[in-house]
Design a protein around this ligand. Structure first.
Ligand code: IPM
Ligand code: MG
Length: 381
C-alpha cells in the first residue's frame, strides 16, 4: 500500500524546500521499496489568497486521514496586517491542535563539516547533540482568555499561560522516553521562581521523573538556560520545555549548528505526524532558489523514522546529507568562502543529496544511528 502524504508547501521558501525534500523522499522510497501517494493542498497565505481562510476544514480532515503531513512554511509580509483570525499562522495552530500534535521534536546536531559556520567557538560546539522536546498545544499560544480591548484612551491585551497536570505529564513522559535511548539526561526548563504554570510544571515533571530512575533530571530556569545553551551547549541532552520557551530556545539552539536552515522538526501525537523545517517562510529570499533545503530534507528523514518506523531509510537520508556537506556543498546560509566549499543553490543541494542517497547501499551496516532513533512510541496517551 502506498503511504498517503499530504504536502502543504505553504508560503515563501516553503514550496522550494519542500520540492527538494519530496525528491529525496521518493529516492529513499525507491531504495527501500515504499511508494507514496502525494496530495498537495493549500495552507497559510496561499490558502487565504485562494479561499479567504488560512486552512480549509476539508484540508484538516485530509491531514487527519493521511499517513503523514509534510509542511513547508507559512506566513509573509503580504498577510501581516490581516486580522488575527485570518493570519497564515492560524493554519499551523489549527493543525497542531486538531491533530493533537503535542510533542514537537527539534534535534540540534552539529556537523563536523560545518564546525566553522557557527558564531560560537569550535571547541564549544563540536559534539553538540541536543533533542529539544517542546510542548506544542498548550501554554500562551492556546490559553484562554486571549483578547485585546479598548479601555478609555488605551488598549489592553491579554494572553493566558495555562497548563494542566495531564498536559505536562504526557510531554514529560515523551521526554523521558527519548532520553532512555540517548545520554539519559533531561533538563526541564521553566520559570518556577515567578510563574504558577512553571511551579506545576516542575512538580509534575519531578513526579514523572521518579518513574524513570535511570534518567538524570535537572530543572533549569529559562533565563539561565538561554545563557547555558551558549556557554556550555554540550551539557544538554534532552531539553524539555513548554510551548513558548521551546519556540525561543530552539531558534537559539539553531545558531549552534551554524544555520536555522539545518533544523528539522517532527510534531507528534496520537495519530498522524507533521514534519516541517524549523525555519520560517523567509520572504526575503523566496523564489530565488537560494534557500537551504536541508532542514526540509532532514524533516523527511524524521517522517520515515517516526511515522513509518523505517529507521534505516531515515539514517540513509541523514548520512547522505552528511556526505554532501563533507563534499563541500554549501547554500548561501552556510557558505563561508573557505577552500573546498562549493557554493550551490536550493535545487543543486537537493540533487546532491538525492544522488548521494541513490548511490547508497540500504543493506550496509555502516549506519550508526543516533540514540533517539530506537525509541518505541507506545502511544498510551
Ligand atoms: C515555530 C514557528 C511558529 C511558532 C510560528 C510560525 C507561529 O516560529 O514553529 O517555531 O511560533 O510555533
Ligand atoms: Mg519558532
Amino acid at each position: 500500500m502506498p503511504k498517503k502524504i499530504i504536502v502543504l508547501p505553504g508560503d515563501g521558501v516553503g514550496p522550494e524546500v519542500s520540492r527538494e525534500a519530496i525528491k529525496v523522499l521518493k529516492t529513499a522510497g525507491r531504495k527501500t521499496g515504499v511508494s507514496f501517494d502525494f496530495l498537495e493542498l493549500l495552507a497559510g497565505g496561499i490558502s487565504l489568497d485562494a479561499y479567504g481562510v488560512p486552512i480549509r476544514e476539508d484540508v484538516i480532515d485530509s491531514c487527519r486521514k493521511a499517513d503523514a503531513v509534510f509542511l513547508g512554511a507559512v506566513g509573509g509580509p503580504k498577510w501581516d496586517n490581516y486580522p488575527k483570525e485570518r493570519r497564515p499562522e492560524i493554519s499551523l495552530f489549527r493543525l497542531r491542535k486538531e491533530l493533537g500534535l503535542f510533542t514537537n521534536l527539534r534535534p540540534v546536531r552539529v556537523y563536523e563539516a560545518l564546525k566553522n559556520c557557527s558564531t560560537l567557538r569550535t571547541d564549544l560546539i563540536i559534539g553538540v547533540d541536543i533533542l529539544v522536546v517542546r510542548e506544542l498545544t498548550g501554554g500562551l499560544y492556546f490559553g484562554k482568555p486571549k483578547f485585546t480591548e479598548t479601555m478609555g484612551r488605551e488598549e489592553r491585551a491579554v494572553d493566558t499561560m495555562e497548563y494542566s497536570t495531564s498536559e505536562i505529564e504526557r510531554i514529560a513522559r515523551e521526554a523521558f522516553r527519548f532520553a532512555l535511548n540517548r545520554r539519559k539526561y533531561v533538563v526541564s526548563v521553566d520559570k518556577s521562581n515567578v510563574l504558577e504554570t512553571s511551579q506545576l510544571w516542575r512538580k509534575t515533571v519531578d513526579r514523572i521523573g521518579k518513574q524513570y530512575p535511570g534518567i538524570k533530571l535537572e530543572h533549569m530556569l529559562v533565563d539561565n538556560t538561554a545563557m547555558q545553551l551558549l556557554r556550555i551547549p554540550k551539557h544538554f541532552d534532552v531539553l524539555l520545555t513548554e510551548n513558548l520557551f521551546g519556540d525561543i530556545l530552539s531558534d537559539e539552539a539553531a545558531v549552534l549548528t551554524g544555520s536555522i536552515g539545518l533544523l528539522p522538526s517532527a510534531s507528534l501525537g496520537k495519530g498522524v505526524g507533521l514534519y516541517e523545517p524549523v525555519h520560517g517562510s523567509a520572504p526575503d529570499i523566496a523564489g530565488k532558489n537560494t534557500a537551504n533545503p536541508l532542514a526540509s530534507i532532514l524533516s523527511a528523514a524524521m517522517m520515515f523514522r517516526y511515522s513509518f518506523q523505517m529507521e534505516q531509510a531515515a539514517l540513509m537520508i541523514e548520512k547522505s546529507v552528511e556526505e554532501v556537506l563533507n563534499k563541500g556543498y554549501r547554500t548561501a546560509d552556510i557558505y563561508t568562502g573557505k577552500s573546498g566549499e562549493k557554493s550551490c543553490c536550493t535545487r543543486e543541494m537537493g540533487d546532491a543529496v538525492a544522488e548521494a542517497l541513490g548511490g547508497m547501499n540500504p543493506s550496509s551496516r555502516s549506519f550508526d544511528g543516533s540514540p533517539e532513533n530506537h525509541v518505541e512510541r507506545t502511544g498510551d496517551q
